[in-house]
Design a protein around this ligand. Sequence first.
Ligand SMILES: [Zn+2]
Length: 162
Amino acid sequence: MAASKQTRYVDVSNPSLAVECPRCGLMTARFVDLCRNCGYKLWPSSVMASAAFRAWRAPDPERRSEVSRFDMDYPVHIDNTIDYVARAHELGIHLSPPSNWPFVICFGLLFLSLAAIPFAATARIVLAVIGGLIFLGGVVGWVVIEDTRMFPSDSPQQEIHH
Ligand SMILES: [Zn+2]
């Protein structure tokens, strides 16, 4: 049979990515031209195998577009997202809520550290006061205001013992 440039017939209804090698009998990638185990030529050329893969992928693009022709299995999607807030509540761990206040605290620390540079005394005092106020504001906002809003019923809940 003369080598044709046409795509060799491929059974697109078969969703399998692996095929049994006719020579060694082991499973190998269906759209790679050579058997991975014994090197048996499954396709006349790599180009043809690739063309067959593209033809096979067309009828079911949603599922088949995410595989490579070198794969033997479809990727497994595992939903391993964890709700850490719910998990911490379950375990009784006090988790600080996500907050922007640490940025304020760091901003205050910037002025406080500038006050540590030996400038003129008044400039240092002004910097220290500004830094101290921003820093304390950040601490109060984070620990007192936001945290108690997040966990309002930490203490009043009392357990009843029989
Ligand atoms: Zn083989």
